[in-house]
Design a protein around this ligand. Structure first.
Ligand SMILES: [Zn+2]
Length: 149
């Protein structure tokens, strides 16, 4: 599960990137992967930080924030691609595990197996071929009774 390897790099040690970017620009957009939002900041006094250097979201209290600076792959993306990327990160890191005890496709495969099994049984050649074997279980029964006595 490392299809989105950038996430950890993006959310850690990012405060200095954000401050540097903000010092050269009038504002900075910062995404929160958990909240799936992008908020605009005009002053680094608004930043909330935990740990050494990790921007933290005021809404969810998680350090799942990504400052959209040239250090981020989000920086050159259109807004649609940004949203998709944030959604992918969210699904990989935060999406609750679903109760997949009975996924529908397993039922489907089971039904399919049953159908093909029925078709095999209805094959006239196979039915005739197996007729002789039907009495086999009855032949075994006397032996079992002997052992029990
Ligand atoms: Zn958040």
């Amino acid at each position: 599960m490392n299809s989105q390897p950038n996430y950890l790099r993006e959310v850690t040690n990012n405060l200095s990137h954000a401050k540097k970017y903000l010092s050269k620009n009038t504002h900075i957009d910062i995404a929160c992967v958990f909240c799936k939002t992008i908020n605009r900041y005009f002053d680094d006094e608004e930043f909330f930080v935990i740990g050494n250097n990790n921007l933290t979201c005021k809404e969810c209290n998680l350090d799942s924030m990504i400052p959209i600076t040239p250090h981020s792959i989000l920086y050159s993306m259109s807004s649609t691609y940004k949203e998709n990327q944030i959604e992918e990160w969210y699904n990989e890191w935060f999406k609750p595990l679903e109760n997949d005890g009975e996924p529908e496709y397993e039922d489907y495969e089971y039904d399919e197996y049953q159908d093909s099994y029925e078709e095999t049984k209805e094959n006239p050649y196979l039915s005739n071929y197996h007729d002789d074997e039907i009495s086999v279980p009855e032949l075994i029964l006397p032996d079992i009774n002997k052992k029990n006595n």
